[in-house]
Design a protein around this ligand. Structure first.
Ligand SMILES: Cc1cc2nc3c(=O)[nH]c(=O)nc-3n(C[C@H](O)[C@H](O)[C@H](O)COP(=O)(O)O)c2cc1C
Length: 308
């Protein structure tokens, strides 16, 4: 199945979820290798971009293969969204602008950002309008079912009326965080009310796709960590072997980041998933997590994955 977001055509309807701390350029490039239709950056602060923070601007790097590309922005002030999209040249290379209205982290919601916008639909609508005014590119919004109750019908309507070109809905409330199951039925019930594409997010993996029938787009987050090849599997291809996948991931990290300490620390988060999938636990797992350098890491991994 393919998906068109306003004038932007994707090769298929699979989208890599924005994931702070995981979805850097190296991981997105890896997912792109395995056929994901669209990658989305980690959430990036509008304020950070306006101040041109070095770290924030670095988060805007994309791989050549990320076409089309989507940047996810978070903030609370419509004027700031307008300013950053119309003035920040680093954003020009992105084909789609997504707005984060679902982040439940208190540090974010206390500023009125992320899913706090679900409590203020008027403001959320003004943000979409400001973004649409600032660019002719598609603007999309990602949100949850609601803050504590399911208010997604009203909210999705506001998004559409404000000009959003697609909505992505994670089937949990803010108060639920990541507990319980994602309420797929509640998300799919929005479909008849919308004339823009509906992408569903929450708990999708290669085994449960039937539950998501009826959605225009499928957004996969945790199911892709340690398993970037999930996209080729869903598209009918083969699973990749885990060690070659890990090696490619590290190679991409080296391509984009020059601080070895950072690469090792960042890979540890991904190893939690890679090793679980490979059935590696106990002492072997500890050795991977304690390896201080890439050289040490490869010695341990070669042993675990039995490379002569
Ligand atoms: C570690 C982590 C970081 C996330 N960061 C973001 C983010 O930056 N922006 C966003 O909209 N959602 C973020 N999410 C939510 C995901 O995009 C997704 O909606 C959620 O994880 C449910 O999908 P899944 O079950 O496929 O992971 C994050 C989720 C996780 C687990």
């Amino acid at each position: 199945m393919s998906l068109k977001i306003a004038n932007v055509q994707l090769n298929n309807n699979l989208i890599l979820a924005p994931m702070a701390g995981y979805g850097d350029v190296a991981f997105r490039k890896l997912c792109k290798d395995y056929g994901v239709g669209l990658t989305v950056t980690e959430m990036i602060s509008v304020k950070g971009l306006l101040y041109q923070g070095k770290k924030t601007v670095e988060m805007l790097r994309t791989a050549d293969s990320e076409t089309p590309s989507c940047v996810q922005l978070f903030g609370s002030e419509p004027d700031e969204f307008y300013k950053v999209i119309s003035q920040c040249r680093d954003l020009d290379s992105f084909d789609i602008i997504d707005i984060n209205m679902g982040c439940p982290v208190p540090k974010v919601t206390k500023q009125g950002e992320g899913s706090a916008l679900m409590k203020d639909p008027v403001r959320a609508g003004k943000i979409v309008e400001a973004c649409k005014k600032a660019t002719s590119r598609p603007v999309t919004a990602k949100f949850r079912l609601g803050w504590s109750e399911n208010t997604s019908k009203e909210f999705a309507h506001v998004m559409q009326e404000s000009g959003a070109d697609m909505v992505t809905v994670h089937g949990r409330t803010t108060e639920q965080l990541y507990r319980g199951e994602s309420n797929v039925e509640a998300v799919l019930s929005l479909k008849p009310l919308l004339n823009i594409p509906l992408t569903v997010s929450g708990d999708i993996n290669e085994h449960n796709l039937d539950r998501y029938k009826g959605a225009d787009g499928l957004m996969i987050g945790r199911g892709a960590i340690g398993h970037a090849d999930i996209f080729s599997v869903i598209n009918g291809g083969e699973e990749e072997e885990i060690y070659p996948l890990i090696k490619k991931h590290i190679r991409y990290m080296q391509q984009y980041f020059d601080n070895e300490h950072y690469i090792v620390a960042n890979m540890r988060k991904h190893f939690a998933y890679y090793l679980k999938r490979a059935g590696v636990k106990g002492e072997d797992k500890n050795r991977v997590n304690l390896a201080p350098t890439l050289k040490d890491l490869f010695v341990v991994l070669d042993e675990i994955f039995k490379v002569e």
